[in-house]
Write a protein that binds this ligand. Structure first.
Ligand SMILES: [Zn+2]
Length: 167
């Protein structure tokens, strides 16, 4: 496949219109952190009108806040963000397996790595709306997340591009 072979040509086109973005400050202008899924169908900058310099966008499988915590703490404590928006989405891969499903598969493929497999929580979820509520609650009660800030929770619909606020 070698997808990387397209990088340089695409980058040349990007650099042509890069403009003044090289002078953007490091802290996000909107003082906003977005947590969302790594799903290839999602472009958070496009669907939320976020431009370079506006926000931190933390992505992982599911947009799971427990995994994003390290980045959230850095974002708040060192780079001044004061608002978090959590996005999960329809048709997410995280709704399609359980911890025991993926652990069985890994144990079969990597029999010598049983200890490593045992140690990982893959953090799947079974209910989309509840998973958003749970993640917002996780952040609100976490001692290392700023208190008295706005934390909202959302669902993005991959079928329509629409977002819907849950929390
Ligand atoms: Zn997903």
């Amino acid at each position: 496949m070698d997808a990387f072979k397209d990088f340089e040509a695409a980058n040349e086109r990007y650099v042509e219109t890069f403009g003044a973005k090289g002078a953007l400050p490091l802290p996000p202008a909107k003082k906003l952190t977005i947590v969302t899924c790594m799903d290839a169908r999602i472009d958070p900058a496009a669907h939320l009108g976020i431009k370079e310099g506006d926000a931190h966008v933390i992505r992982n499988a599911g947009g799971v806040c427990k995994e994003a915590l390290r980045s959230i703490v850095i974002s708040q404590q060192l780079l001044g963000t004061q608002e978090i928006a959590v996005f999960h989405h329809t048709d997410c891969g995280m709704l399609t397996f359980t911890n025991s499903d993926i652990k069985s598969l890994l144990e079969e493929r990597y029999p010598a790595a049983a200890d490593e497999v045992k140690d990982i929580d893959f953090l799947p979820f079974a209910n989309l709306e509840q998973s958003v509520k749970d993640d917002v609650q996780f952040l609100k009660q976490h001692p290392l997340v700023l208190k008295d800030i706005r934390i909202t929770g959302w669902i993005y619909e991959v079928e329509t591009g629409k977002v819907r606020q849950i929390v």
